[in-house]
Design a protein around this ligand. Structure first.
Ligand code: GLU
Length: 368
């Protein structure tokens, strides 16, 4: 038995597990992986797979080098490769009689609350129908500005919105090391991380494979989102056959074991926003109020950056641009520009209409 304590598990597989560096599809590995997923399904666990590989398989089919691609070319190639990827999964999972479905997400599908809830419901309904959803970024639509760009953070956001309790990032590295193991022989694998602090962030540098977009840095970003959500996460080497069994037999991986989060689902979602639309710099008085759990008022706003609408996620920073919180703005950036520094009772006169008095209400804000 493995992963017995979890009920909803997200497994992310990187491109290097689907296709090797000689551009050969690792079909035997995928058959073994499907056996692991069957095992989890037999234990009645809900499983979501987040799989990369669309661009890599598209490149293989068209005999093109990934490194030379411009964004519009890779969008077209992902469109070719995504069907290759799903055909591969249909074949491999049929061998274990596992029903699969496809979900392609764009960044907005997790960053806009209504769309995130919609995605969550779709996933729940697929579980009810006894299907394993296979998720990828909708690379054909995504442009560089509105893109996850890596499936590590996408997988952690999927884990969060679906309220999963475990995320496993399978790639071609054993986990997080004290130094880059490809350069330093004395690098030691860190088996357990309880808190992601600056030291952990510093350890994550450099790219690790040719095909994957994510290096260790995006895996740590994913771990941070899992920390906010209270979801356990493992970084493990999936290159071995029966990768999931292997990890738990050999115990070679890095586990991120966060404390149970006291935040509700909406606040977890706010705190792990991937692309905030703007930033408010606040004064010391407002910072003290914020730390006491109070709302942010216009009087405490010193300056504003970015262009955003009412309801968008924005960052709040204090002295020396120290990041304090993320929240949903009650006003547009233009409105805040007019009311910043003023007492709440002046807002109606300044804007010419009646509005809320808080720039960000405490219920819409999370300290980070
Ligand atoms: N979505 C990309 C693909 O399917 C992969 C992104 C990544 O490597 O993390 O090719």
């Amino acid at each position: 038995m493995y992963l017995e304590n979890y009920r909803k598990i997200v497994v992310k597989i990187g491109s290097s597990l689907i296709i090797d560096n000689k551009k050969k599809i690792r079909k035997n590995w995928l058959y073994e992986f499907a056996k692991d997923i069957k095992n989890l399904r037999k234990q009645n666990k809900n499983v979501i797979i987040v799989s990369s590989g669309a661009i890599a398989l598209g490149c293989k089919k068209l005999n093109i080098e990934k490194k030379k691609l411009k964004i519009d070319q890779s969008q077209a190639i992902a469109s070719v490769g995504q069907i290759e990827l799903m055909n591969l999964f249909i074949d491999v999972f049929a061998s274990q009689k596992i029903n699969i479905s496809q979900i392609l997400l764009t960044l907005e599908d997790t960053e806009k609350r209504r769309r995130a809830i919609n995605a969550k419901r779709t996933i729940e309904n697929l579980f009810n129908l006894n299907f394993v959803p296979i998720v990828n970024e909708n690379d054909t639509i995504a442009t560089s500005e509105i893109k996850y760009g890596d499936n590590d953070r996408l997988a952690s956001r999927v884990a969060q919105i679906s309220n999963a309790d475990c995320l496993i990032l399978l790639s071609d590295v054993d986990g997080l090391y004290t130094k880059n193991p490809k350069i330093h022989k004395d690098a030691v694998l860190i088996k357990k991380v309880e808190k992601i602090d600056q030291n952990i962030i510093k350890l994550a540098s450099g790219k690790t494979s040719e095909y994957g977009s994510g290096g260790m840095r995006t895996k740590i970003d994913a771990a941070k989102i899992c920390e906010i959500s209270g979801c356990k996460m493992a970084i493990a080497n999936g290159l071995k056959d029966r990768p999931l069994i292997n990890i738990f037999d050999r115990q070679i991986c890095t586990w991120f074991v966060p404390k149970i989060s006291k935040l509700d689902a909406r606040k977890k979602w706010i705190a792990s926003t991937l692309n905030t639309k703007g930033c408010l710099k606040i004064d010391e008085g407002a910072q003290i109020a914020l730390q006491k759990g109070k709302s942010l008022l216009a009087a405490g706003v010193k300056s504003i950056e970015g262009s955003f609408n009412k309801g968008d996620q924005i960052k709040i920073v204090g002295k020396n641009n120290q990041e304090l919180a993320i929240g949903l703005s009650s006003f547009s950036s233009e409105e805040i520009d007019k009311i910043k520094g003023y007492k709440s009772n002046k807002i109606e006169g300044l804007l010419g209409y009646k509005t809320k008095s808080e720039v960000i209400h405490k219920d819409d804000m999370v300290e980070i």
